[in-house]
Design a protein around this ligand. Structure first.
Ligand code: HEC
Length: 181
């Protein structure tokens, strides 16, 4: 057999083989494939709804956990001592708490801050609240030693000067009433 004849024979065989494959009934093939994809579709659907249910369960769990954390945090905040909550309520409306938590003051200085906040910045605090707040701040954020010396020194000096002025005014009043009589 020549090479050419062999080539023709092989080409012929390939042609027959492909014709045989194409002989499968296309309609039957189509039905099978749609049957298979329907089953597959349902399986995927089931899988999807199962996954959705699991995800919804996890979501609910996460929400419950977050609500629990929020409630615990609220209970913790409300459970803090009254002076802490009062100071936070009255002193964080205009500026962050770092304004006072980082400041360096002894009791007299904290009083001056509270007075300045009330009378120069219009902070809504009563005298009673200022007393609680000043004491709380002095205890919680104590001054450096030099600051405490200076502030107590100034406070003592002011008190002494005030006392001296008052006494002098009284003495003068007494002297003038002595002259009159
Ligand atoms: C109505 C607004 C307002 C409220 C409420 C307020 N502050 Fe202030 N605070 C200011 C302003 C404005 C400044 C910056 C100007 C100044 O120093 O006066 C300031 C500054 C400060 C400073 C930094 C200056 C300093 O003297 O060291 C401190 C500390 C401070 N505030 C503490 C307090 C405390 C304590 C309270 C609660 C009693 C309070 N503030 C409430 C407005 C407010």
């Amino acid at each position: 057999m020549s090479r050419r004849a062999a080539g023709t024979a092989i080409a012929l065989a390939l042609l027959i083989a492909s014709a045989a494959r194409a002989d499968v009934d296309p309609s039957e093939y189509g039905t099978r494939s749609s049957l298979r994809s329907e089953a597959e579709r349902q399986r995927l659907q089931r899988e999807l709804s199962r996954e959705r249910a699991v995800e919804a369960g996890r979501d609910a769990e996460r929400r419950a956990e977050a609500a629990g954390r929020l409630a615990a945090e609220q209970a913790r905040l409300e459970g803090r001592p009254w002076p802490v909550r009062l100071t936070e309520a009255r002193c964080t409306a205009c500026h962050p708490a770092t304004n006072y938590s980082l400041a360096d003051h002894a009791l007299p200085g904290w009083w001056m801050v509270a007075l300045r906040m009330r009378f120069m910045n219009d902070a809504p605090v009563t005298w009673g609240e200022m007393r609680i707040i000043a004491r709380h701040l002095a205890e919680t954020y104590p001054a450096r030693r030099e600051t405490a010396l200076i502030e107590w020194g100034l406070a003592g000096g002011a008190l002494a000067a005030g006392t001296w002025l008052t006494l002098r005014r009284r003495r003068r009043a007494m002297q003038s009433s002595d002259k009159e009589s």
